[in-house]
Design a protein around this ligand. Structure first.
Ligand code: DC
Length: 232
């Protein structure tokens, strides 16, 4: 029996889920998938193809074009992190812009978008040995995952982390703008009809407000060891 498990990591935006998932996958030699990047890829496609004009999302048009979207991850040989290809083009940077962030929750609330991406995510994890982070990973994508983590952090900490990340990337913004975007996305992500963000009853909560990245990784590694030992 393979001792490679499936690890589902969920939580609100900018809680450090992807950082944890990436580091955990590296330390375990597992595949890491940032499912939010896929929703961002669909949002970028919507912008590029006129499904999103200045402030309106044309849901019907986007749904009619979903078959034209091919998403793939490739490993960056330098950072050893997966990067998203949208129809063959590396869009890892383009999917992190404020415009994509401001529309992604609305795109992710579309049922047809979720059906397509969930099927692709389940196929990626069919052999185990995967760490996937998102909003519905433990509830919908991998409900039988051997380990489910739910990551939380105080809003002020989330705002500061996201603000520093955007400034580091050279994106001009303010803490007020960042907080407004995070709270808006929290609201849409947790109240939408289709697979809202929930904490499943079998998920282990990690509040990383006062934890460094390495401390958070250590805590998670402890839970992984426990989950693997119970398989034997
Ligand atoms: O993790 P992120 O901030 O990059 O995710 C972007 C958006 O995608 C977020 O607002 C919610 C949505 N999302 C989702 O609905 N389901 C997932 N599994 C991952 C992300």
């Amino acid at each position: 029996m393979s001792d490679k498990i499936t690890i589902a990591i969920d939580g609100y935006s900018s809680c450090g889920k992807s950082t944890l998932a990436r580091e955990l996958a590296k330390s375990l030699h597992y595949v890491f998938i940032d499912s939010g990047a896929m929703y961002r890829g669909v949002t970028l496609f919507a912008i590029q193809t006129g499904c999103i004009s200045s402030s309106e999302l044309n849901r019907g048009l986007l749904i009619s074009k979903l078959d034209e979207i091919e998403l793939k991850f490739v490993l960056n040989p330098e950072t050893k992190s997966p990067e998203l290809l949208l129809n063959g083009e590396n869009v890892e940077k383009d999917i992190r812009t404020p415009k994509v962030s401001s529309f992604v929750s609305e795109v992710a609330a579309i049922k047809e978008v979720r059906v397509k991406l969930v099927a692709e995510q389940q196929a990626m994890g069919s052999t185990g040995g995967i760490v996937m982070d998102g909003r519905d990973i433990g509830s919908v994508v991998f409900p039988s995952a051997e380990l489910k983590l739910f990551i939380t952090a105080e809003i002020s900490t989330r705002v500061e982390r996201r603000y520093q990340e955007l400034i580091f990337r050279g994106t001009p913004t303010t803490r007020e703008e960042v907080q407004e975007n995070l709270l808006r996305r929290d609201h849409i992500d947790s109240t939408r009809k289709e697979s809202p963000l929930i904490q499943t009853s079998d998920a282990i909560v990690i509040d990383n407000t006062t934890l460094s990245k390495s401390e958070q990784l250590e805590v998670a590694q402890g839970f992984v060891e426990r989950a693997i030992s119970t398989l034997a």
